[in-house]
Write a protein that binds this ligand. Structure first.
Ligand code: FE2
Length: 330
């Protein structure tokens, strides 16, 4: 069998950040499959108010009501959707969008987001399980759903659990196997950002109990895309690019025939002497067959160790770097 092909993204280092605000978010939970950030979108109330106003008078027909696509793929997807970036007032939407992009750069090392959809789920709307390949390394859902006090059932984001994807590895004959053991359920609480590895089979539980758009499941969603290094501070792009090129050269030998795919994003500081400070893994979706897991962990440790030893020479000021590394199999 031919060794699995792999590729590390060809890094064009650009889009160096300047004075973007660092936001304080309410709470954040990170796993290798799923990240949730509650109270993420400060604009959520205003965005929601725009939607509510458009549907406030069902007997009136205004042009801004005629923007919805009834998206139905039999047996797979049913929802109403419209481009989010044209639905909302430009300034308000831009504020939300910029927050989302800044978060993705800082936390995932993804430079941009795909043009987001606004999707509405009323009676019968759902997404059956599927994977999004190759839309982007992380998918996102920002909820504008009035989750507390909802009148419908369903509407949660569903993700197949890792145990299911590797079901026979540690199978126990007496293990409980019901929905909760098989599927992770993420409620779309109002203003919550849900970020997940879109290669994992996922869906949306069918909504039942309302035909009223004002009472349905409403979300803005899309994908974080374009992984590339992100620098905040004085570190010259050229210096970083040459270290990355060296690392890319080393990776070929370290990976050898390991069938690894996914995205690992690392963060580190650079002090005034040009030494790397506090290198750490921010997020890591790299996956291998279970028997290769020790080798995968060793690879990530080796990358982190190599970065810890980087020297950039004297700096005018300290910097913080987010460095994403993409591994692909074909
Ligand atoms: Fe999807």
């Amino acid at each position: 069998m031919a060794p699995p092909a792999w590729a590390v993204l060809s890094f064009s280092v650009s889009g160096v950040g300047g004075g973007d605000a660092i936001w304080a978010y309410h709470s954040s939970r990170v796993s290798r499959s799923l990240i949730t950030v509650d109270r993420f979108a400060h604009e959520a109330e205003q965005l929601r108010a725009v939607f509510d106003a458009r549907f406030a008078a069902p007997r009136e027909a205004h042009s801004d009501r005629f923007v919805w696509d009834y998206w139905h793929v039999p047996g797979q997807y049913t929802a109403l959707r419209t481009p989010a970036w044209t639905y909302f007032p430009r300034k308000l939407y831009a504020q939300f969008h910029n927050r989302l992009v800044a978060w993705g750069r800082e936390h995932l090392g993804c430079h941009d987001v795909s043009p987001p959809w606004l999707s509405l789920y009323v009676e019968g709307c759902r997404q059956e399980l599927h994977g999004d390949v190759p839309h982007g390394p992380w998918a996102f859902v920002v909820s504008l759903t009035r989750w507390r006090g909802r009148t419908f059932r369903g509407g949660e984001t569903l993700l197949v659990r890792d145990d299911v994807l590797d079901f026979w590895h540690d199978f126990a004959s007496n293990r409980v196997v019901e929905h909760g053991e098989l599927i992770r359920v993420v409620p779309p609480k109002f203003a919550r950002l849900t970020v997940f590895d879109p290669r994992i089979p996922h869906g949306v539980r069918a909504v039942t109990g309302t035909h009223d758009p004002r009472e349905g499941r409403l979300v803005i969603h899309g994908w974080f895309v374009q992984p590339r290094p992100f620098v905040r501070g004085a570190l010259p792009v050229r210096a970083l690019a040459s270290q990355i090129a060296e690392l890319t050269g080393q990776l070929g030998g370290w990976i050898a025939s390991l069938p690894v795919s996914g995205l690992v994003s690392l963060a580190f500081g650079v002090d005034r002497r040009g030494h790397v400070r506090d290198p750490r893994v921010l997020s890591d979706t790299t996956r291998v067959p279970h028997s290769e897991e020790p080798a995968r962990k060793a690879l990530v440790r080796r990358i982190r160790g190599a970065i810890a030893g980087w020297r950039f020479g004297p700096q005018r000021a300290v910097s913080r770097v987010t460095l994403p590394l993409v591994f692909e199999r074909s």
